[in-house]
Design a protein around this ligand. Structure first.
Ligand SMILES: CC(C)(COP(=O)(O)OP(=O)(O)OC[C@H]1O[C@@H](n2cnc3c(N)ncnc32)[C@H](O)[C@@H]1OP(=O)(O)O)[C@@H](O)C(=O)NCCC(=O)NCCS
Length: 329
């Protein structure tokens, strides 16, 4: 077990080549449940999955997954593992657009190691309630190994994201503050790197996430933005960006503070049941404040333009960051 925490990514980016090579060797040993030779599988996977959002599984693969899931548990799990492994074993195909960004490759190496360790630990076990293409954790890991999601220490970034136009036009704040920012600073509504929580990545750092960790996560997002020049910025929408967290869960407020101090804009999208369930899922304190009427979870949209994020990345002095800066758009 290599035991990476992910927290040392910025210091470890010079070792990414050896780590990726070890991941490839480990993954090759796991591709057995996929019939056929690896090169053929890799080119089929590349063609079928390319350009799709992480949860959009190609129909033929979804059917195959359903058929496998109906089989015995251990065999089904092996097949899903071998799908992840086939991507890791041929990662050069999927990560080629990041070949000049050691920081991102180091970040992928950390996640590949995590996924391979997880597969080793799961070996031979019966699958849990949700697994495979119905499980968001599996889908996000599949998104990572196929290069369709970008690992950013505490979060994953989906480069096929965009801004919710209708929500932005639905309030005075949206029209007066968010819309001009999206158009003038971001340059449009699409594409943005859409940021999501991925539980295994979050939990790896649970209780240890401070400003430094968040700055490293943003540095990785900036590297992704640099590597993909079409991206207009980063965006996310969830209770985690709600300003009320400064009082309720201050440790979760740090990431908003950093972004807000450097240009990011926020828009209240209101309350809804899904947001409430998510916000209260793991915190007794938030549940208690909610019962007392002192906290009402709200969904908040965050947009940080490419221009402002890259300016922050250039001005902050994190060591070992190997991203080159290009002229602003
Ligand atoms: C997003 C999510 C991963 C955040 O993680 P989280 O663990 O709830 O975040 P917190 O840091 O607030 O921790 C929650 C509780 O665990 C406690 N905790 C933190 N670190 C801990 C640790 N290392 N060990 C045990 N408990 C810990 C905290 O004290 C907190 O309890 P409290 O608020 O009652 O004091 C989690 O809330 C979640 O899975 N929510 C559902 C899905 C979701 O919201 N997704 C994102 C939005 S779309």
């Amino acid at each position: 077990m290599s035991g990476p925490t992910g927290i040392d990514i910025l210091a470890a980016d010079d070792r990414y080549g050896a780590r990726l090579a070890t991941c490839r060797t480990r993954a090759r040993a796991r591709t057995g449940a996929m019939s056929g030779d690896l090169d053929r599988i890799a080119s089929r996977l590349a063609g079928d999955f390319a350009g799709r959002r992480y949860a959009a599984i190609p129909p033929a693969w979804r059917d195959e997954g359903r058929r496998r899931a109906a089989e015995d548990d251990v065999a089904a799990r092996q097949w899903f593992h071998s799908l992840l492994a086939a991507f890791i074993a041929s990662h050069e195909h999927y990560l080629s657009r990041f070949h000049a960004v050691p920081l991102l490759l180091a970040s992928y190496a950390v996640e590949f190691e995590r996924i391979l360790d997880w597969m080793d630990a799961e070996e031979g076990q019966v699958r849990g309630e949700s697994f495979g293409f119905d499980d968001d954790v599996f889908l996000k890991d599949l998104g990572l190994v196929s290069g369709r999601l970008i690992p950013c220490l505490t979060r994953v970034g989906d480069p096929y994201g965009g801004l919710p136009r209708r929500a932005m036009l639905g309030s005075a704040q949206g029209i007066l503050r968010m819309l001009p920012y999206a158009l003038l600073s971001g340059g449009g509504f699409w594409p943005y790197l859409e940021i999501h929580v991925h539980k295994p990545m979050w939990d790896r750092l649970r209780g240890r996430v401070d400003g430094e960790v968040w700055r490293k996560a943003y540095r990785l997002m900036a590297a992704a933005i640099e590597a993909l020049p079409d991206l207009r910025g980063i965006t996310a929408a969830s209770w985690l960006w709600d300003g009320a967290l400064s009082e309720v869960s201050p440790h979760l407020h740090i990431h908003r503070q950093i972004a807000e101090a450097h240009g990011a804009r926020f828009l209240d999208l209101g309350c809804d049941e899904e947001t409430r369930i998510s916000a209260l899922a793991r915190s007794e304190r938030r549940r208690e404040l909610c019962r007392q009427g002192r906290y009402q979870p709200r969904r908040v949209l965050m947009v940080w333009s490419r221009r402002d994020l890259l300016r922050w990345a250039r001005d902050s002095c994190l060591p070992h960051v190997a991203i080159e800066t290009r002229p602003e758009r």
